[in-house]
Design a protein around this ligand. Structure first.
Ligand code: ATP
Ligand code: MG
Ligand code: MG
Ligand code: MG
Length: 483
């Protein structure tokens, strides 16, 4: 069996052989881009190359990019742990062509890598191509379908709609059709009974997308029309954990060696076994996943805090703490103890985890302890609220209650929503927002009066910010060093 380390290396080596410059992952935490808090795809760091704002140094690039999908356009948080192939933080393997090769090579090499190099059975693969759209006066991407035809029978080349198979950077700018590769991991007997067109990624947990090849062929003008680009580009993204799942012959990302050690450690610390019970399994998956998101964010210099990116990280961590508390009986801080195991698995590929290990453990431990101080009281309160809501035949937890949980007990709204959902209830989000706004006004007024404290806070923030910039600068410099 190939280890995840070998698989990552095989991908980068393969594209290196095809004359790609292998670069480092950009930071997962994005600074200075008002449109994006976290890197959510491999192409983010190359945005300015596609837009023509930066000169192109290498025409062919490959890397593995640390991504986080918990906010904005891509938010997979609610899937995580319930399914076995969406993570908050994951690695996206990618290869790029900037005005160099196009559809033919992208497809040939994807096939060569998966089937010839890595040995995936051809019969388990499908491809999707863009079906076309009358809005844009575009026909089906027959070109891509033609290249797939060399490898796949027609009934395993499926049409996909604009949502899944047409990529756009924004309302204007570079865009183009995508072609996705899906893999069918169901048992042979089951697959044999089915003819191609019935399935593909339609809610079957074992028929999943692994690789997305985007062909950046057009530019969308301000008036909405498309023009053919003079230089065409390729942007691909493959889920590393999903690839490892396929190659290691398992049917869940969590059964790969990327997560196994962490899950075993959670099992040891909680004295529970993975695979014994649905609820504890979900909790173990959530914790193993969220640990990575939080550790990588801290390694990038983003600490949990009360606003913006910091609050996203805090929310993720508190969610993990609560899963541990409720389903695995962890009444004391424990997540920080998993950092060491995580680093054994991922520290080689991402040395920032190792160099920041002490900080990561310290920050997680403090954050856990601080939340645990109010967690049990908050949970009891919420249980009461839920009980009363049910008694009164209400379908929601009130906004004021959700706000008290947030303000006094440190429950992020999405955590209250999660617990409410487990009890078949919703949460009055509007009511919560009203309370939140009222509190902001109160603190604005208070801040206006306490000028001395305000000056102090700004001084502290400035020091922290300079520290971050330095770290960011170091990451930037190392980013283009060949690995
Ligand atoms: P899906 O349809 O499974 O949600 P996607 O179409 O949103 O995936 P893309 O934006 O095309 O994903 O990203 C490229 C690849 O990254 C996907 O083919 C998949 O293998 C992987 N990927 C996407 N989201 C996640 C995630 N949350 N966790 C792990 N891998 C992911
Ligand atoms: Mg998705
Ligand atoms: Mg998809
Ligand atoms: Mg996709």
């Amino acid at each position: 069996m190939k280890t995840s380390k070998e698989i990552r290396k095989a991908f980068l080596d393969f594209f290196s052989e095809k004359e790609h410059q292998v670069v480092k992952s950009a930071p997962m935490v994005v600074k200075g881009d008002p449109t994006l808090m976290f890197t959510n795809a491999g192409m983010n760091q190359f945005k300015d190359l596609f837009l023509g704002n930066e000169p192109i140094k290498w025409n062919r690039i490959a890397d593995t990019q640390k991504c986080l999908r918990v906010s904005g356009k891509h938010n997979d948080l609610e899937e995580v742990g319930l399914d076995t192939y969406h993570h908050t933080m994951f690695e996206m393997l990618g290869n790029w062509s900037f005005g160099d090769y196009f559809k033919k090579e992208a497809i040939d090499w994807a096939w060569e890598f998966l089937v010839e190099r890595m040995g995936i059975q051809a019969g388990r693969l499908y491809a999707t191509v863009f079906e076309g759209s009358s809005d844009d006066n575009l026909g089906r991407d027959d070109e891509a379908a033609g290249f797939w035809g060399k490898y796949l029978p027609q009934d395993r080349i499926l049409n996909g709609n604009k949502k899944d198979n047409f990529w756009e950077m924004g309302d204007t700018g570079p865009c183009g059709p995508c072609s996705e590769i899906h893999v069918d991991l169901r048992p042979e007997e089951e697959v044999a009974k089915i003819s191609g067109r019935e399935l593909v990624n339609k809610d079957h947990p074992q028929v999943i997308e692994i690789w997305n090849l985007v062909f950046i062929q057009f530019n969308r003008r301000a008036n909405g029309s498309l023009e053919e680009l003079p230089d065409k580009h390729v942007d691909t993204g493959m889920g590393f954990e999903r690839l490892c799942m396929v190659l290691q012959g398992v049917t869940s990302n969590y059964d790969t060696d990327i997560f196994q050690n962490t899950i075993a450690e959670i099992g040891k610390l909680s004295d529970k076994k993975y695979g014994d019970e649905v609820k504890t399994d979900i909790a173990m998956r959530v914790i193993a996943d969220h640990l990575r998101a939080v550790a990588f964010a801290i390694a990038d210099g983003q600490l949990p805090s009360n606003n913006k990116a910091g609050y996203v990280i805090r929310r993720i961590l508190r969610r993990a703490v609560r899963y541990g508390y409720t389903f695995l009986d962890f009444k004391e801080a424990f997540i920080y103890k998993l950092v060491n195991v995580l680093n054994q698995t991922m520290g080689e590929a991402f040395p920032e985890l190792v160099s920041q290990q002490t900080l990561i453990e310290k920050v997680i431990k403090e954050e856990e302890e601080s939340f645990l101080r109010t967690l049990s009281t908050g949970i009891k309160l919420l249980d009461d609220i839920v009980g009363k809501a049910k008694q009164n035949n209400l379908d929601k937890v009130g906004g004021t209650d959700a706000f008290v949980l947030y303000d006094t007990y440190g429950f992020p709204l999405d955590l209250t929503e999660l617990i409410a959902r487990e009890n078949g209830l919703g949460v009055d989000e509007k009511g919560f927002a009203v309370e939140m706004e009222a509190q902001k006004n109160r603190s604005r007024n208070a801040a206006a009066q306490e000028t001395d404290d305000w000056v102090e806070i700004r001084k502290i923030e400035k020091t922290a910010f300079l520290g971050y910039d330095k770290l960011e600068a170091e990451i930037r410099i190392s980013r283009y060093r060949k690995v």
